[in-house]
Design a protein around this ligand. Structure first.
Ligand SMILES: NC(=O)c1ccc[n+]([C@@H]2O[C@H](COP(=O)([O-])OP(=O)(O)OC[C@H]3O[C@@H](n4cnc5c(N)ncnc54)[C@H](O)[C@@H]3O)[C@@H](O)[C@H]2O)c1
Length: 228
């Protein structure tokens, strides 16, 4: 027994159940029975139910355990969720600037790898970070349990990149492209549309101009002359 109040063998089996639930969910299987899980972990259906009783939330239905939901519950319970590391796709001007910015570490975010589809960029380094081919993204984020993805590609590529991120298990996307990608309900996207922010600022400046007629350079020079 450890200080979480769960026997060590149960913890080990939970990891085996997690892997099996996750792979079943990726294959499109919505439910697994305790018999299926018992087989995968080399135990009995009774032991599976006992191990699952340690989890904070339940929700087994008559057809079995919902694969995606239970994979997430176990992921959370075992602390497998990686909420500190992020991947970035699009090693161009903005991507490189973000990857080199040291301030993210202070708020607990670390970009660990960059992806691109340009053969000229793949294999290069940005600071200490490697640029990998974008095809490797889903399997790498899945293996490293990374949950945060940053998109700095051009808009035409952003939906395919978001899809690849979601396929790998990314749950939070920081999107700098002008496209607003469509994602499943359980994925959060923050769209950082820098150009539209700029339009808000220029609109404000123009609204000031409407209240106060613009001063000409001649007016300014006259005032300076009078003051001297
Ligand atoms: N640079 C800025 O200051 C700025 C400001 C506002 C908005 N943005 C937005 O940020 C995005 C990036 O801008 P940028 O100036 O860095 O562009 P960029 O062209 O320098 O970089 C884009 C990168 O994405 C890569 N890419 C394209 N398709 C890809 C794909 N399918 N998979 C992987 N990588 C792919 C390209 O090879 C390139 O390295 C754009 O959508 C742009 O509108 C940039």
């Amino acid at each position: 027994m450890n200080n979480m109040g769960i026997p060590i063998p149960s913890l080990r089996r939970l990891l085996a159940y997690y892997r099996h639930l996750k792979s079943a969910s990726q294959k499109g299987l919505e439910f697994l029975s305790s018999g299926d899980l018992a087989l995968a972990a080399g135990t009995t259906p009774e032991q599976v139910r006992k191990d699952f009783s340690f989890l904070p939330s339940q929700g087994r239905s008559r057809v079995g355990y919902p694969t995606q939901k239970f994979a997430e519950i176990i992921e959370d319970y075992l602390g497998l969720m990686n909420d500190k590391e992020a991947v970035l796709v699009g090693a161009g001007n903005l991507g490189r600037a973000l990857a080199l910015y040291p301030g993210f570490e202070q708020v607990g975010l670390r970009i660990v790898v960059l992806f691109d589809n340009d053969p000229e960029k793949i294999g290069n380094k940005v600071g200490d970070l490697q640029v990998l081919p974008v095809d490797a993204l889903p399997s790498l984020v899945e293996r490293m349990l990374i949950r945060i993805g940053i998109i700095t590609t051009t808009a035409d590529a952003a939906q395919a990149v978001a899809d690849a991120m979601v396929a790998g298990g990314i749950k939070a996307i920081w999107n700098f492209s002008t496209l607003r990608p469509k994602v499943p309900d359980d994925v959060m996207v923050r769209n950082m549309d820098l150009s539209s922010e700029l339009i808000v600022l220029s609109h404000y400046i123009r609204s000031l101009g409407a209240q106060e007629p613009p001063k000409s350079l001649d007016d300014d020079l006259d005032r300076l002359e009078q003051a001297s």
